[in-house]
Every structure is written in C-alpha cells, then in structure tokens.
Write a protein that binds this ligand. Structure first.
Ligand SMILES: [Ca+2]
Ligand SMILES: [Ca+2]
Length: 317
C-alpha cells in the first residue's frame, strides 16, 4: 500500500504540472459535431435493457453449505479489503446475489475473483495506471484538459480514422489501463474544435485517480492504451446526449474504486466503469456484460462493459 501511495503521489504531481501548463489556455472550444451523422450498421446486436428480466435474488436456491461458505467468503473479502485500506461498498446481500447471477462453479472461485482483484489493487507493480505518464512523461497531457485544448498539445490523427468514426456517447475501452487485469473505461463527450488554432479533436470524460475530468483521445493514446471503441447500438441520439450530460454533471467528483454500482446523479465518488455504466443505466441500458471467462466480476468492470451484448465495436482503423 505504501508503494501504491508513493505511485499515486507521483501521478498526482504529474497531473498537477499539466494542470498548471493548461491554465493559460484560451476560451472554451466549440462542439463541431453531433452524432446525427452516425454511420449505419448492418447488424443491431443490442436489445433494450428490461429490468424484469434480471434474475432475482433468492437465497432459497442455495444449499446450506453454499450459504455458510458465502458468509465466510464475504467476511474474508471485507477483511482483505480493510487490511489494504480499501473501503468496499459491498453489502452482504449484494455479495450473495452476485454469486447467483455470476455463474461461478463454486463459492471458492467466486471469492477468489475478489481476492485477486484486491491483490492487484494492493500491488502497484501489477497496475497499469490509466493516468500515469510514460517513461518520458510526454503522454500525461491526455488527461484533465478542461474545455480548451492546451496550447502545448497537438493531437495526432493521421494514423487512424477516429475523428470521422468516433461519436458522442461512444465508450472507450482501454486494455492497458486500470488495474491491469480489468482495463479502463471513458466516454466520448464529442468532437470539438479549437477555433484559434484550427484544430479538431475528440474529448473524453473519465473517472481517473484525481477524479472525474475531461481528457483527449488521439492516435497516440489509442496505441499506448490499446483502445477499442464501442457504441450502445440501440441508444437514440437523445439517450446518448443524456448519458453524456450525466457525466458532465459528475465532473470534479472524487474517484473511488469501491466496486459499488451507484446510479444517482448525486453520487459523490466514481470509478471509471461505474460512471459510464450509470450514465447508460439511467437511459435504460444495463451495460454490465460477462467478465473474464463469462463470470460476473465484482462491481461493474471495464471489460464487462466491453463484453456487453448491448454494444457494438466501432471500426476506426
Ligand atoms: Ca460510486
Ligand atoms: Ca459485475
């Protein structure tokens, strides 16, 4: 944990340097593109979320042995989290409910998923932080850019077609991010133009270590973070706008990887995938798909969103 805090301090220091550098940036950049020009897809894999189809918790379906093991497992997980200083927003009933929904072979393997995630959270060596700078420190400018492209930043768009193909409300999945084993998630706020410099760019919103911020997506970040772009295939323009507005309202709030699944606009802290999941959940789309190996991972993880049957992959290469 000590190492993690040290890493965190380094990261925050790096981002603060960038924030200072961007303080002299000019007026707000202009949104240049709505998603009305969406390209059409031949397949519509998504179906609208229906709350009634959710599996309801029923402890009677569990054997006594399973219930005893789940109670012990819950205590084990909470103690593990407490030992490494992480406050999990996890109720016992939710813990049991998630086991039933999650298709785990047994309770032991279910508890093991939590334990491996907690171990990763406590070992900075296993973390590929979404917000950390590269060894040269040159990529830290992707994060926390505010509403105006920083004067020292020139985004690169010559390699991929993301400026043409990535739209407002799209979801960015980064395999190289988060706690290594889970990835990172951001949402596209839109395509903006800095009129003074004549530069268009894609702006993201994301919950990173310093909180919910606006960031930049360009070819370099695509390569560095191994980006996949997905789109909620059935969502209307209004629903995507609402999802983005929800995230705008969360800007400046704190980051907390507590594995909770909050949806309130008054929620005080977010982890990356929780915020984007909540933005679409409030529009009727539950993007929590299967996690690694088809199981339901704790909370809502980035790869669960990527694997959702409600999203399609956007081609940009
Ligand atoms: Ca939360
Ligand atoms: Ca989950």
């Amino acid at each position: 944990m000590q190492k993690f805090k040290k890493l965190l301090a380094m990261v925050i220091a790096g981002v603060m340097t960038v924030a200072l550098a961007t303080a002299t940036a000019s007026a707000e950049d202009v949104l240049v593109e709505s998603d009305e020009t969406d390209i059409q897809f031949s397949t519509e894999s998504g179906t609208q979320f229906n709350a009634e189809t959710e599996i309801q918790f029923n402890a009677a379906n569990l054997s006594d042995e399973e219930l005893i093991a789940l109670d012990a497992g819950y205590i084990q997980v909470m103690e593990h989290a407490s030992q490494i200083g992480i406050s999990l927003g996890l109720e016992r009933d939710v813990f049991i409910d998630q086991y039933i929904v999650g298709q785990y072979p047994d309770v032991q393997s279910y508890v093991g998923v939590y334990d491996s995630l907690l171990v990763a959270m406590d070992n900075p060596e296993s973390i590929i932080a979404p917000y950390s700078s590269s060894s040269s420190g040159s990529d830290a400018y992707y994060y926390n850019i505010g509403t105006s492209l920083p004067s020292n930043v020139t985004p690169k768009y010559s390699k991929y077609k993301i400026l043409d193909n990535v739209k407002k409300g799209d979801i960015i999945f980064e395999a190289n991010g988060g706690f290594g084993i889970t990835g990172h998630i951001a949402i596209v706020e839109g395509k903006y133009t800095n009129s003074a410099r004549g530069i268009s760019y894609i702006r993201l919103m994301e919950a990173i270590d310093i909180g919910v911020v606006r960031s930049l997506l360009d070819d370099t970040r695509v390569d560095d973070k191994d980006v996949t772009v997905v789109r909620v295939s059935s969502a209307t323009t209004a629903q995507k706008d609402n999802a983005v507005s929800f995230c705008v309202d969360q800007l400046g709030k704190k980051y907390s990887l507590d594995l909770a699944k909050n949806t309130s606009t008054n929620e005080t802290s977010w982890y990356c995938s929780e915020m984007v999941w909540a933005a679409y959940k409030n529009q009727g789309y539950d993007l929590e798909g299967p996690g690694l190996g088809g199981i339901n991972e704790p909370g809502v993880t980035p790869r669960e969103i990527r694997n959702s049957s409600l999203v399609i992959t956007v081609s940009f290469k």
